[in-house]
Design a protein around this ligand. Structure first.
Ligand SMILES: O=P(O)(O)OC[C@H]1O[C@H](OP(=O)(O)OP(=O)(O)O)[C@H](O)[C@@H]1O
Ligand SMILES: O=c1cc[nH]c(=O)[nH]1
Length: 218
């Protein structure tokens, strides 16, 4: 199957694709990993971002706001669903959620060509004139978010786009910032931040590993 055919089928028939991608993407802690956020911290952080989204988008206001949460696979998709559940709990409105595959929009395809396509699913009402909140687990260079913004152009024309991330670890290579940040973590470039989510990894948490001194943040 050509990449473009695969992309089409992945995006057009949600029933034909698993809820999350079929790669073995499960993460486990490396030997030098340190915990940045516990499972309880992750829960509290998601709840806080949900409150901030409600406030900033006036989701609990009189007028029904057209807010759509779109996750960037892999873990951004799960986080978007979790945020929607929290928003439902707190504001009694459930923003529609979806997932946006950025694979073919990446600018490093020539350097790292082997990236499996993932699922794109847009809620029934589409994203035209909606306030789209892109959701991802980690914000680093900003290139994934840039790819997501390009991918959005093929899905519709939102009224505005915001960005929610669980962890901002710095080292931006593009002029981007998040509207909602769970935790700002100063890191060195050689470190790696891993978000673990129960749905994929069997537990919630955020770990940091690597770096010259075995994982210390800069
Ligand atoms: O700001 P950036 O430099 O683009 O880095 C952040 C991205 O890196 C990770 O995705 P990854 O490509 O590792 O895929 P995954 O979500 O499937 O783990 C993470 O989930 C973000 O999407
Ligand atoms: O440390 C990093 C960098 C990019 N993406 C991640 O998930 N972690």
């Amino acid at each position: 199957m050509r990449a473009s055919d695969e992309a089409h089928s992945a995006g057009s028939d949600p029933a034909a694709t698993p809820p999350h991608d079929s790669r073995d993407v499960t993460r486990s802690a490396s030997d030098d990993a340190r915990e940045l956020l516990s499972a309880a911290d992750v829960g509290r952080t998601i709840a806080r971002i949900a409150h901030q989204i409600i406030e900033k988008t006036a989701l609990d206001g009189g007028e029904p706001a057209h807010v759509v949460l779109l996750g960037i696979p892999t873990r951004g998709t799960i986080l978007a669903q979790r945020l929607a559940e929290k928003i439902q709990d707190f504001a009694s409105v459930a923003p529609p959620t979806g997932s946006i595959d950025i694979t073919l929009y990446r600018d490093d395809l020539r350097i790292k060509p082997h990236r499996p396509l993932e699922r794109t699913s847009v809620p029934e009402g589409g994203i035209d004139d909606a306030l789209v909140v892109l959701v991802d687990d980690v914000l680093f260079s900003g290139r994934s978010v840039r790819s997501a913004l390009d991918a959005l152009r093929d899905l519709g024309r939102p009224r505005a786009v915001q960005l929610a991330v669980l962890v901002d670890r710095g080292h931006r290579e593009l002029p981007l910032r998040a509207d909602y940040v769970g935790k700002n973590v100063p890191t060195s470039r050689s470190e790696d931040v891993s978000v673990l989510l129960t749905e994929i990894d069997g537990r919630d948490g955020v770990l940091i590993s690597g770096g010259k001194n075995g994982g210390g943040a800069a």
